[in-house]
Design a protein around this ligand. Structure first.
Ligand code: HPA
Length: 262
């Protein structure tokens, strides 16, 4: 089995996989660097979302490059991590398995099908995150008695600034649980690529106005570091136990309609 992991802010430590080597792949959307390693018989491809050294702001991440690299590498599924601010149903230090999202970004490249001749594609987003991965991640958290918030709606903002208290208040009223800057368009592109994809959101701070403190990247990084040990254990368990038997999601069928129209 081949598994892709997209490490977000603060998740640069790939020590839960062995025999790692640096590689590059040339995609239609540019060159993507990744670590290739293994955990027992599973091949694992680890990509830093913001590029090595956290160089890219959320608006400039090469989302298409990352997803098309993992598609070309033939992964069976992708797990991504995301640092988030907590709005509702969660607190600092919590792990939230995303189940839905709302898009408040402004200027990103949202689709592989935005070129002339690519066909008109409207992928279904009824279940944006793969339920099969989410269920197995829940098992992994349970194995260590680590509480996990089993569902949550992610608000994606453009950044790179943090939000205002008024914006967070609006997102809360709309039903948002956590806020971050990167899951859109990543989750959309994964679905367009017919890949199973799920995100573990790590609540590194309360969103603006929920706590009285001002927000800093330092707070985000420090809390992320505190959660890394647990995250690595959970990912290790997931990799040790994952198999595709009885896998019943429809992620792989996302383009069936397009193909039947051809
Ligand atoms: N807002 C947006 N993105 C974030 C936050 C936040 O509060 N925390 C970590 N990433």
């Amino acid at each position: 089995m081949k598994i892709g992991i997209i490490g977000g802010t603060g998740v640069y430590d790939s020590s839960f996989i062995e025999n790692t080597m640096n590689h590059h792949i040339h995609t239609k959307y540019g060159e993507i660097s990744y670590l290739k390693g293994n955990r027992n018989d599973k091949e694992v491809f680890f990509i830093e979302r913001h590029s090595s050294g956290h160089k890219l702001i959320p608006s400039n991440v090469n989302y298409k490059g990352i997803i098309s690299a993992l598609k070309e590498l033939n992964v069976d599924l992708i797990i991504s991590t995301a640092a988030v601010g907590g709005i509702n149903n969660c607190g600092v230090g919590d792990f939230v398995l995303l189940s839905d999202f709302m898009d408040f970004t402004k200027n990103r490249s949202y689709s592989f099908f935005d070129e002339e001749g690519a066909g008109v594609v409207h992928v279904d987003m009824t279940e944006p995150y793969c339920n099969e991965i989410r269920n197995r991640l829940i098992n992994a958290f349970n194995a260590f008695n680590v509480p996990v918030v089993q569902k949550g709606t992610y608000i994606c903002t453009e950044g790179p600034r943090f939000e205002t208290p008024a914006e967070i208040n609006m997102y809360k009223m709309l039903g948002g649980d956590v806020v971050g800057m990167t899951n859109v368009p990543e989750v959309i592109l994964a679905r367009e690529a017919s890949l199973c994809y799920a995100t573990i959101a790590l609540v590194t701070n309360y969103a603006a106005g929920i706590s009285n403190n001002s927000l800093t990247h330092k707070e985000v990084s420090e809390n992320m570091n505190k959660m890394m040990g647990t995250l690595k254990k959970v990912l290790g368990y997931f990799l040790d136990h994952i198999e595709l038997a009885n896998w019943n999601c429809t992620c792989k069928n996302s383009l069936n309609e397009l193909n039947s129209l051809k």
